[in-house]
Structures are given as C-alpha cells and as structure tokens.
Design a protein around this ligand. Structure first.
Ligand SMILES: [Zn+2]
Length: 425
C-alpha cells in the first residue's frame, strides 16, 4: 500500500528530525507515529518558524554538520526569505524528479530549451532548471531573465527555442512585446512556467501573442519544498499528481487542521520524504488545493489534486472578500492592457479608502480610454466596487497605466506583488 510506505518513511524522517535541536524541542513529548492519527498529532511547521530559524543566523534545524550541501533561498516573495539547505544527494534527487516531470511533458532531444529563470541571490530556479535540462538530453540555451527582457527577447528570436522556461510574469511581458511587434515566434511549441500559478487569462494572452501551442507548468514546485506535483497528459488546468515516494502531501482545513473531505478546499501541508539534513515536516506552504478522487486516465497510482490559489490572496474591500483572480478576469477583457498589474489599497480619513490599479501597457499616454474602460469593467465584475462608488466609499478609484516592464519586480525572484495593502488592520 502506498499509504503504508509513506507513513513508514515519514515516521523515519520524523525520527531523524529529532537530531536537530529545534525539532527535538518542537516535538518533545511526541512518540514516533505508527498510525495516521498519530501522524496528525505532529504540529504543523509555519513559514515564520523556518524564517526565525534560518541559516546562516542559526543551524538549529540541521540534523548534522554543514558540509557537502547547497544553500538556497525562497527569495521572500511572500514576505520574508527562508533559507533551505540540501545535501548534494538531496539536491540531485530533486533535479532528477524535476527532469522526469519535464520529460513527461514530451520534451525530447529534438528540443531547444531556453532557460529564462532568474539566477543569483541563492535563488535556485535558474540552476535547478539548468540541472533539469541537462538531464533531459535536449539542447540548452542558458539565457536567464537577469539580462533584461529586450536582450532575452532578441536571443529567442535569434536562437529559435522550441521550448521556453520562465515565470508567468516574464512570459506575459514577452507576449506584450511580441504583440507590439505583431510577430509570433517561429517553431516555438511550448512555454513552461514555475514559481507562480498562471491564470487562464495569462495563458490565453501568451498563447495568442507568442504563437505558442502549449503552455504547461513545469511542475508544482517551491523554493522551500522542491517539486510537489507533476502533470501527466491527462491533467487538466491546475491539476497535479503527487510524487508519492518523494513528498507526503496533506490537505487540511485551515482552522481545525483536520484532513478535508473529497472535493473540499484546504491548505496544503508538505513533508519531504527525502530531506534528512534540513527536514521539512507538515510544512504549511500557503497554497490551497482539493483532492481529485477519481483514477487518472494515465493509469498512475499517484493521487491527484487541484490547486486553488494562495491562502491569503483574497483581500477585504468594503464588506466582502475579493480575489486577485476577479481583477485579472476584468483586465483580460481590455485588449490594450497587459496582465501584469498591481492593486494598491490605502485607508483615508473618514472611513474611506483609495483603490488604485496600476496596469502595464504599451504607450500608456495613448490609452487613457482603456484605463477608463477597465474602471467600468471592474465595477461590472465586482459588486463591492460598484456599491462603493455609489455610496462614495472611495476617496480615489483609478486605473493608472504604466509602461511595459515598469511595475516593481522582486529583484530576487522577478515576481510582481499583486496586492499592496497600505491599510492598517
Ligand atoms: Zn495522470
């Protein structure tokens, strides 16, 4: 039974983890679990714990001496950077799993693959992709996103990759530029992304303007946990298979931390079944998902789940919670605008607020009408905006257009923070 093997391995990891001072203390009084009920008594690991005990400030989460390892950082796109240290063999395992997921997408020796992830700052995406590509027998173009969009774009035109790899934010900008040139890419058949979830709207935009046939997530992967899910040919949008022998995935109710029922959405907890040096046990990664409990047409016994966005990505507007996805759908309806945008929220005196949406666009000075149109579309899509406008709740409600590529990117990860909330709680 898969579940029995997973429990056995997870229990071994738990036992190993107690060699580290931090975990010894965290798990004091707990025995090695011999059933799933006992397993669920192990307290979850919060992101703040990883941050508070991160290397190089401390080594309290390590189960042995620091040697033969690679240090990688999460980049802090969702708050603060956490550092993860992997033994070389653990890193190699991860790269191998990532390469297997890549080849499952149909990548072969005939492919020319442009690696346009961000390198440097201990951020693992460029070097991880490098290792993955080198294990996949295709041709590697190590372009990176660091050289700037114009140069990366030019190199892609010149070297004609069949597969491009980067963040959704980067692909959206590439598509914005191709749209300006009105020239799709020759021979480009697939764009693979990682680092962020990509919306259907962003996919449609990239497909149309880069002329790419397929858009696929490289895998469901994060800086702290590595690869947590892969897609087979039968996986739909946002669906992934678990890597049964590599990670234990649990989906729990965010309040009670009890397992969710079939079809119910909850928070993902990850336990790495490989990492013994810097163990990750029941880690609350911050993503939401639900189980898909029907067998997959591909025949794999690896259980499937569907990602459902990030915990805490919703924000309060007036009385109700709205999602970034609702804004994205509205932006996608205004042809002239890029899907790279940022929402800014601020309190003003008299219980009113400012809501400003900054959207990238080619030649903003020419498209003031598109900004006004988006203001209307947003009010049609989101009742709380329409209601707020009616009662004068907004001190300022405005869509501002900014040039392509000009919204601030996280210098380490290249991501754009979608919501900047200046309001006090
Ligand atoms: Zn499948």
């Amino acid at each position: 039974m898969i579940e029995d093997n997973q429990l056995e391995r997870a229990a071994e990891i738990f036992q190993t983890a107690r060699k580290a001072p931090y975990y010894r203390q965290k798990y004091s009084g707990l025995g090695v679990p011999s059933s799933w009920d006992e397993w669920r008594r192990i307290p979850v690991l919060e992101r703040t714990e990883l941050y508070d005990n991160t290397y190089p400030r401390t080594t309290t989460m390590f189960t042995g001496a620091l040697e033969d390892s690679i240090v990688s950082s999460t980049g802090g796109s969702s708050g603060v950077a956490r550092t993860i240290v992997l033994r070389q063999n653990e890193w190699n395992d991860f790269c191998q799993k990532q390469a297997e997921a890549f080849m499952r997408l149909g990548v072969s020796k005939d492919d020319i693959v442009a690696n346009m992830f961000v390198a440097g700052h201990l951020w693992p995406s460029f070097i991880g992709a490098h290792e993955m590509i080198m294990r996949s027998s295709c041709v590697h173009l190590p372009i990176s996103a660091n050289i700037g969009i114009d140069e990366a774009y030019r190199l892609c035109r010149e070297y004609k990759p069949t597969v491009i790899l980067s963040l959704p934010t980067f692909f959206v900008l590439m598509a914005d530029i191709a749209k300006k040139d009105n020239k799709p890419f020759d021979g480009l058949r697939m764009a693979c992304y990682a680092g962020e979830q990509m919306s259907r709207e962003a996919e449609a935009h990239v497909r149309k303007w880069l002329g790419v046939k397929e858009i696929k997530p490289l895998a469901y992967t994060s800086g702290d946990c590595g690869i947590m899910g892969y897609q087979c040919a039968d996986c739909g949008f946002g669906e992934y298979h678990t890597l049964t022998d590599f990670q234990l995935i649990e989906i729990v109710n965010p309040v009670t931390l009890e397992p969710v029922g079939p079809g119910e959405t909850g928070e993902i907890l990850v336990t790495s079944l490989r990492r013994e040096f810097h163990p990750i046990i029941r880690y609350r990664i911050g993503d939401l998902a639900s189980w898909i409990d029907r067998p997959c047409a591909c025949g794999s016994a690896d259980r499937k789940y569907r990602l459902a966005g990030r915990a805490g990505e919703d924000f309060k507007l007036g009385g109700a919670y709205v999602t970034v996805g609702e804004f994205e759908r509205a932006v996608s309806e205004v042809e002239e605008l890029s899907l790279n945008f940022q929402i800014e929220l601020a309190d003003v005196a008299g219980a009113r607020m400012d809501l400003v949406v900054n959207v990238e666009c080619d030649r903003p000075e020419k498209h003031a009408d598109a900004a006004r149109r988006l203001e209307e579309v947003l009010a049609q899509h989101i009742p709380d905006i329409a209601g707020g406008l009616k009662i004068g709740f907004f001190n300022r409600y405005e869509v501002c257009l900014v040039p392509l590529g000009s919204l601030p990117r996280n210098p380490i990860t290249g991501k754009i923070k979608k919501v900047i909330d200046h309001r006090v709680d």
